[in-house]
Design a binder for this molecule. Structure first.
Ligand code: FES
Ligand code: FES
Length: 176
């Protein structure tokens, strides 16, 4: 995408719009976090740049790849399409919040066991989507897993192994 397309267009002689900053309070992975953001700041940038939670990845930054998936109030969202200000007062869960007392989440372990990653860039988003998918009861078959994971792209093509990892954690063993 042409980078200039994402910038606000200001004609010659016209003033750039004033930056408006607002306080935002998020409950991130169980901890209260406060920050001040430009009203245009995405939740993705607030997490990565504001709170230094860089496990959540920026892929396309326009809602097409799923790399930035996090949970807000228990539902998966694309954090690149979510304004940080709109998450004020909400519960946010990121990949950093999945482990419990140093023990990885079962899906994190299953992704390793099944080689559900190659370069790993999409993996945080894949796992956050997979956690939600299982909680939503959408892992009843491989077709269902594929359908409800279809918003998470993997350029390395690790899809069969990702499905195998989710299938295992969903309690369906190694059967297709
Ligand atoms: S970075 Fe958000 S969908 Fe690609
Ligand atoms: S593991 Fe490389 S993009 Fe998915």
């Amino acid at each position: 995408m042409d980078g200039s397309a994402a910038q606000a267009r200001v004609s010659p002689g016209q003033r750039a719009p004033a930056v408006v900053r607002v306080p935002v309070s998020l409950r991130v992975n169980g901890s209260e976090r406060r920050l001040e953001v430009d009203t245009r700041t995405t939740l993705l940038d607030a997490l990565r740049d504001g709170l230094k939670l860089t496990g959540t990845k920026k892929g396309c930054d326009q809602g097409q790849c799923g790399a930035c998936t996090v949970h807000v109030d228990g539902r998966r969202v694309l954090s690149c399409l979510t304004l940080a200000a709109s998450a004020d007062g909400r519960e946010v869960r990121t990949i950093e919040g999945l482990e419990q007392d140093g023990t990885p989440h079962p899906l994190q372990e299953a992704f390793v066991r099944h080689d559900g990653l190659q370069c790993g860039y999409c993996t945080a988003g894949q796992i956050m989507s997979a956690v939600a998918l299982i909680e939503e009861g959408r892992a009843g078959s491989d077709d269902e897993i594929r359908e409800f994971m279809s918003g998470n792209l993997c350029r390395c093509g690790a899809y069969p192994n990702i499905v195998a990892a989710i299938r295992e954690v969903a309690g369906r063993g190694d059967h297709a």
